[in-house]
Design a protein around this ligand. Structure first.
Ligand SMILES: *Cc1c(COP(=O)(O)O)cnc(C)c1O
Length: 453
């Protein structure tokens, strides 16, 4: 087989098996080919990194990569099988064993994810939760300790609070990541294996000081794992010091609200260890991504940056206007947001400040009424959990995605019962959507419950 250097400098992956033994491999199989990036390129722009990564052509010269739909792969010589299982021959030299281990199409999507996050390697999984749980299980052994942010996605919070202590004797201390002293005090040298937080937290949009938190963790030999689901492209945690970046691809990266998927992006050593035949959490627990799904996602990542810009633009305009109307709005792009300056210092240039806006309606009843008008009266968006869809999605976090938390945990995390989380879509025109928002709001006013003075 050969990788053919085309006149455009892209690499086309050949399809013949004969002769592939002659290749001098060498690269780790999941490693992004750094040599393909020009050194002058702005490292921090994920779109530039993505465009500079290797383009995978289809088997017959198709502009899109082929889908390798096979679960298993043949060899020419019986001895090759032994060499593959011993680790001597691997995907870097086009030797595949079985698709729960490595699948070429899923591997290509992993390369795209690594390019996007600026990490050495990445591999994709069947869901965001499987990416998160596999990383934690890989980095922590029984008796291990995690220091995690108090404001986390409900599923992750439940995993750390209930599942991991019971099933694996992995315990977690939850902290306010804005309180660096509290974070330092929670780290137990030798015992704490992972510091875990979200770049932009769900649902409160709390901004993590990634450089400072990473420094504190690394001082004590602790790995930093950051969930960047809320802000792909907008923020690059690995550039800011994080070791591993996890994603729920189901959200912005997919953008279609039709696929559940995840990714682990990080150093090749971590990603490879997760694929190890004897000790790898991804290999052995098996939350595998289907190759057809990987192909479908690979068609969407090229326009992720464009989509994010529009999500972010509209979120900023809406948040600014909501604020002007006297609503209690939380958006890290607003000057008034307590961590606006911090966020500004970390974000990649020209993308904006994220596509989520939170409105505090104070009581669940008012939150529900607003959402009802927004969906059923003015067609502003849909009442649904999840985010990153082209339509606006809204949910009352306290009674939905964060309902795994008890009242005290929710209060500590700053989740008011009337918190409405909105993932701002980009369908229609901005003014069309805003007038729908205003129309729903005027209905609230009619019932005299909206404005406080
Ligand atoms: C949705 C979500 C997850 C879980 O991802 P799935 O793909 O649903 O498994 C994890 N973290 C965050 C921040 C999320 O929004």
């Amino acid at each position: 087989m050969a990788e053919i250097e085309t006149p455009h400098g892209f690499v086309s992956s050949g399809k013949k098996r004969a002769g592939r033994d002659d290749l001098d491999g060498g690269d780790d199989f999941v490693v992004l080919k750094k040599s393909k990036m020009s050194p002058a390129m702005a490292w921090e722009d994920p779109a530039a990194l993505f465009a500079a990564a290797r383009h995978e052509f289809g088997e017959h010269g198709g502009v899109n990569m082929s889908i390798e739909a096979s679960a298993t792969f043949t060899v020419m010589e019986p001895d090759t099988m032994r060499r593959m299982f011993s680790g001597e021959l691997g995907p870097d030299r086009d030797f595949f064993i079985y698709s729960r281990h490595f699948n070429p199409t899923v591997l290509n999507l992993g390369r795209q994810m690594a390019a996007l996050e600026g990490t050495e390697a990445a591999y994709c999984t069947a869901s965001g939760m499987s990416a998160i749980s596999s990383v934690l299980l890989q980095l922590c052994s029984s008796g291990g300790h995690v220091v995690a942010s108090r404001t986390l996605y409900g599923g992750t919070h439940a995993l750390l609070t209930h599942f991991l202590p019971r099933a694996c004797n992995i315990t977690t201390t939850f902290v306010d990541i804005g309180d660096l002293e509290m974070v330092k005090n929670a780290l137990v040298e030798g015992k704490t294996k992972v510091m875990y937080f979200e770049s932009l937290s769900n649902p409160t949009l709390t901004v993590a000081n990634i450089p400072e938190l990473s420094r504190i963790a690394h001082d004590k030999g602790v790995m930093v794992v950051v969930d960047n689901t809320f802000a792909p492209v907008v923020i690059s945690p690995a550039r800011l010091g994080a070791d591993v970046v996890v994603h729920s691809i189901s959200k912005f990266i997919s953008g279609g609200a039709d696929i559940i998927a995840g990714a682990v992006c990080g150093p090749a050593s971590v990603v490879n260890s997760m694929m190890d035949l004897h000790q790898g959490a991804l290999m052995l627990l098996g939350p595998t991504m289907n190759a057809k799904v990987a192909f479908e996602l690979s068609e969407r990542i090229p326009h992720l940056a464009l989509r994010m810009k529009e999500h972010c633009h509209r979120a900023l305009v809406f948040a600014t206007r909501m604020k002007k109307l006297g609503l209690k709005v939380m958006y890290p792009g607003l000057e008034e947001h307590p961590q606006h300056q911090l966020f500004k210092s970390m974000v990649n240039k020209d993308y904006g400040f994220g596509g989520l806006v939170c409105l505090d309606m104070e009581t669940e009843e008012r939150a529900n009424r607003l959402m009802h008008h927004l969906q059923n009266f003015s067609q502003f968006g849909f009442m649904a959990v999840s985010l990153g869809y082209y339509e606006t999605l809204m949910s009352c976090s306290g009674s939905s995605t964060s309902s795994e938390m008890n009242a005290e945990e929710k209060e500590l995390a700053g989740i008011s019962p009337g918190l409405v989380r909105m993932s701002i879509g980009y369908i229609g025109t901005l003014e069309q959507k805003w007038s729908q928002f205003e129309k729903a709001l005027s209905r609230m006013q009619d019932s005299g419950v909206l404005y406080k003075n």
